[in-house]
Design a protein around this ligand. Sequence first.
Ligand SMILES: [Zn+2]
Length: 124
Amino acid sequence: MHEMSLAEGIRSIVEETAQAQGFARVKAVVIEVGQLSSVEVESLKFCFDVVMRGTVADGARLDIETVPGTGWCMPCGKSVPIKALYDPCPDCGSYQVQATGGTEMRVVALDVDGAPERAAEGVE
Ligand SMILES: [Zn+2]
């Protein structure tokens, strides 16, 4: 499942950040999901809950911010909003539109418990 590997990717980022910044508990993970990323939000939430079990983000909330899709229309020579990949330009109807924004999913913030502590001994 596509969403499962995305959730595992989020877990790696959370665990690496937790280790680097020394926090023990993550309350919420904020991610951006592009409208063109073909990520199924409901199934991502489900996978997130599953893969976070037993980690610092066990039971954490997944906050999802949607990023609108944008594309570059060749004939118009400008950025246009598009709702799906391979959508035609809303202005001229051309299919020569290249997706330029809203194609990715990324972690933007972690809401953690307590102030990040200085690294444990032996870790820079
Ligand atoms: Zn156009």
